[in-house]
Design a protein around this ligand. Structure first.
Ligand SMILES: [Zn+2]
Length: 221
């Protein structure tokens, strides 16, 4: 619980929202969603009735099912099965370069990058595929990178109760490269350090060196 007290921002508040949102209850019908895409096609200046666009509303809605599949998975349930027989292993566990694809909540534009996760186990460990799935559950939602960083770290910390958790995300935001200030090649780096990774410089340094020392700005503070 200690880590939660360090979270002050509204992004951090939402980081604790592990379940389904209230919005799920008032989900529009698929037909309504397709109509909305049709409206956007018209807004863009095209004719949704021309042959090439006839199937587009259906395809976009199906793409949304994939891009935002994370809303239908509870990340806490996902992590529930942990392994307690770890033969006294108490060294850092690092999963490096987990590719993710997400969408920014301001423009619904892709954010693509990689996540590095580390934790110091305290009696319990978790399968590495579960860590990768955790990244996916949060990535497949509308996101801001800072929030996603805090969500992954906090969920892992709350469920696994390790001695420490570190999450660093390197992301490229297409809302920055294809519109607005048009700055391609810029990578945003966010990090969240909890427990030993926050308190012990040597632990943090070891982790950062393993992942190649991306320059980071703290997330969720
Ligand atoms: Zn954006």
């Amino acid at each position: 619980m200690k880590s939660l007290h360090t979270v002050k921002s509204s992004a951090g508040q939402k980081a604790r929202d592990n379940g389904k949102s209230e919005a799920a209850a008032e989900k529009p019908s698929r037909t309504d969603a397709e109509k909305a895409v049709r409206t956007l096609l018209q807004w863009a200046g095209d004719d949704p009735d021309r042959e090439g666009l006839l199937g587009t509303p259906d395809r976009v809605v199906r793409a949304f099912d994939e891009w935002f599949a994370g809303y239908s998975v509870d990340p806490v349930d996902l992590l529930k099965r942990t392994f307690e027989e770890i033969e006294g292993y108490d060294e850092m566990i690092v999963l490096r370069d987990v590719r993710f694809e997400s969408h920014c909540e301001h423009h619904i534009a892709p954010i693509i990058g990689k996540v590095h996760i580390a934790y110091l186990p305290d009696r319990r460990v978790i399968g590495i595929s579960k860590l990768a799935r955790l990244v996916e559950v949060y990535a497949k939602r509308l996101q801001i990178q800072e929030k996603m960083t805090a969500q992954i770290a906090n969920t892992l910390n709350d469920v696994l109760l390790p001695k420490g958790v570190a999450v660093v995300i390197e992301g490229q935001h297409q809302c920055m490269t294809t519109r607005g200030i048009h700055k391609p090649g810029v990578t945003m780096v966010t990090s969240r350090m909890l427990g030993a990774f926050r308190e012990d410089q040597a632990t943090r340094r070891e982790f950062l060196s393993i992942i190649g020392n991306p320059t980071s700005t703290p997330a969720g503070d």
